[in-house]
Design a protein around this ligand. Structure first.
Ligand code: GDP
Ligand code: MG
Length: 598
């Protein structure tokens, strides 16, 4: 196909507004997949999505579409991840497109996540086509939502399409709008090859499969390519398009979207944002905008059973093959023994990895509370990046300490504004902006330390707003603060994995709440266990867990065997997720106590 008849687009939507349903509908309407295939694929996806609670990406799909003008078009849908943790990947996917469908649920309205992605799309000059979805619902208010989009985003909605992905309404209009409104790619076939990697995954048989958009030039199967950032060269074994299953082709040129397999061993060698060029006639410069994914949140992972240390290393190794943003280093804790310090893009990324380690690799892990990366300047001017609170140098060695800040945008019904402002205030937030939108919906903007967000901010936002508020945040930089290290002592011994960095003004209340929580979470032992929180050598809060007086089984009066059995089973199960610190058994929950202080 000539470049003039290619259209590359993506779909931007808040979760549950209908992105997957619309994508499926487009594939079906263009005859890209049959109804039977659709059913199978749909079921697969649903199960995974339900399990993980996140939208599984389709990656990319090429559709052939005959326009009303009688011409044959190729429409490439490039999917984007639906979560802020992966916003860099979203931005690379968008750069591979010339347009985007902005899908908004007509019975709900604009949400924070929608906004974040629309801003990214506007930044990259994409043509945006507003689609009001779910107009079949009795509660749909397309007019209200249209004025919301116009007001918040400043987008002209005169051409907005009213649609129902579920009922198949407005689908033809959407396809025609893509053809007429989204500009074709630039015709740069004569230039040296430059292809943008927007996704990749590891296949155990073929090596890494790399998804890309050809920006300039063309590429053929069998050619030798160079990745301009990783500086590695590979011969292409397989070149193809996604329809959405992989179909091999001989050649792809500027404007097209496809994949290669080239015996690439790990996704680290073919990172999202890298540029593919030809080894024989390389482009002068890579495509702009490459960034190294930088971990923002760190935690310690320790096997409950020291024998599983090597298994844990092997599992992390294997996950890393498919996840270039995952970062880990061996960590030795005086309390916990050998483990790994791991870095993640954000909380969701962290949860996905933890869950896979436990489920797919059958590991029993103790996971320590998440920490952000602090920037510490020493007296001699040296700057350290500290991602583990227990490694914070003592106050007399520090000149200053800075912490990462984020700007957070919330959208909420007006009734919850008060409680959300209170939440931000208790999290050291600084009020920035508030705007009333339509019908009692409000945007609220705060700047606050990332450390206050990675605890349970999101859960608090959801529970305080009964699920109605949404949020989005991005890093804005570092700010100096008066921070101190809070240590926790169990039975007189400091537990390095429980150390945390807090603002001095909050240290007392946090220390008190923490020891109280630990008293609840750590089971009784045969002896009394003192619990203390301290700053330096000063104890700021103390508690104790009284000794166990009677045998647990003594609770079971008489000889009810089945009850006894149950109790013993329960104990055995509880044991699995305990770590012995000296003579005290500490359960997993205790290491997360700091996330549950409210
Ligand atoms: P995503 O999270 O944006 O991918 O949203 P999904 O496509 O998974 O849709 C979320 C829910 O909305 C599902 O239960 C869909 O069946 C439903 N849905 C999607 N489009 C429509 C629509 O046009 N009308 C109605 N009534 N429901 C829809
Ligand atoms: Mg989905």
């Amino acid at each position: 196909v000539p470049v003039s008849r290619i259209r590359n687009f993506s779909i931007i939507a808040h979760i549950d507004h209908g992105k997957s349903t619309l994508a499926d509908r487009l594939l079906q309407t263009t005859g890209t997949v049959s109804d039977r295939q659709m059913k199978e694929q749909f079921l697969d996806n649903m199960e995974l999505e339900r399990e993980r609670g996140i939208t599984i990406k389709l990656q990319a799909a090429r559709m052939n579409y005959q326009g009303k003008d009688g011409e044959q078009y190729v429409l490439n849908l490039i999917d984007t991840p639906g979560h802020v943790d992966f916003s860099y990947e979203v931005s690379r996917s968008l750069v591979a497109c010339e347009g985007a469908l902005l899908v908004v649920d007509a019975s709900q309205g604009v949400e924070a996540q929608t906004l974040a992605n629309v801003y990214l799309a506007l930044e990259h000059d994409l043509e945006i086509i507003p689609v009001l979805n779910k107009i079949d619902l009795p509660g749909a208010e397309p007019e209200r939502v249209i004025s919301e989009i116009e007001e918040i985003i400043g987008l002209d909605c005169s051409g907005a399409i009213l649609a129902s992905a579920k009922e198949g309404i407005g689908i033809d209009e959407i396809l025609e709008s893509i053809v007429h409104l989204v500009p074709p790619p630039q015709d740069t076939i004569d230039q040296p090859l430059r292809a943008l990697i927007f996704d990749s995954y590891y296949d155990p048989y073929r090596g890494v499969i790399v998804y890309f958009r050809v920006m300039d030039g063309s590429v053929r199967t069998g050619e030798k390519v160079r990745l301009m950032v990783s500086k590695k060269e590979y011969e292409i074994d397989e070149l193809g398009v996604l329809s959405p299953t992989q179909i091999q082709v001989e050649q792809l040129h500027a404007g097209e979207v496809g994949y290669i397999a080239a015996a690439i061993k790990t996704v680290e060698d073919a990172r999202v944002g890298d540029t593919i060029t030809l080894a024989a006639e390389p482009a002068e410069k890579p495509l702009p905008g490459y960034k190294e994914a930088k971990p923002m949140v760190f935690c310690g992972l320790f096997p409950t059973d020291a024998d599983q240390y090597e298994d844990l290393r092997e599992a992390l190794n294997r996950l890393k093959l498919n996840d270039s943003a995952l970062n880990y280093e061996p960590e030795t804790s005086s309390a916990m023994g050998f483990g790994f310090r791991c870095g993640f893009l954000g909380l969701l990324h962290m949860e996905i990895v933890q869950e896979r380690l436990e489920r797919e690799y059958d590991l029993d892990l103790i996971i320590t509370a998440p920490s952000v990366v602090y920037r510490v300047t020493n007296m001699d001017g040296e700057v350290l990046e500290i991602d583990n609170p227990s490694l914070l140098p003592p106050p007399q060695q520090r000149e200053k300490i800075e912490e990462p800040y984020v700007r957070i945008e919330m959208i909420t019904p007006e009734t919850y504004v008060g409680t959300l402002m209170e939440l931000c205030q208790t999290r050291r937030g600084e009020f920035k902006d508030m705007r009333y939108l339509t019908q009692g919906r409000t945007t609220l903007v705060y700047e606050l330390p990332l450390a206050e967000v990675v605890t349970d901010f999101f859960d608090q936002l959801k529970s305080r707003s009964r699920g109605y508020a949404s949020m989005e945040y991005h890093l804005i930089g570092y700010q100096e603060n008066t921070l101190v290290r809070l240590d926790v002592l169990i039975n007189g011994d400091p537990v390095d994995s429980l150390a945390m960095i807090v603002h001095r003004d909050k240290a007392y209340s946090v220390g008190r709440a923490l020891v109280e929580k630990l008293r609840e979470l750590i089971p009784r032992h045969q002896f009394k266990i003192p619990l203390q929180a301290s700053i330096g050598s000063r104890v700021i809060a103390s508690e104790h867990i009284p000794a166990l007086r009677k045998d647990v089984l003594a609770k079971c009066y008489g000889g009810d065997i089945s009850r006894k059995k149950k109790l013993l089973q329960k104990q055995a199960k509880g044991k699995k997720r305990m770590k012995s610190l000296g003579t005290v058994d500490v359960p997993q929950e205790a290491f997360m106590a700091v996330l549950r202080l409210e």
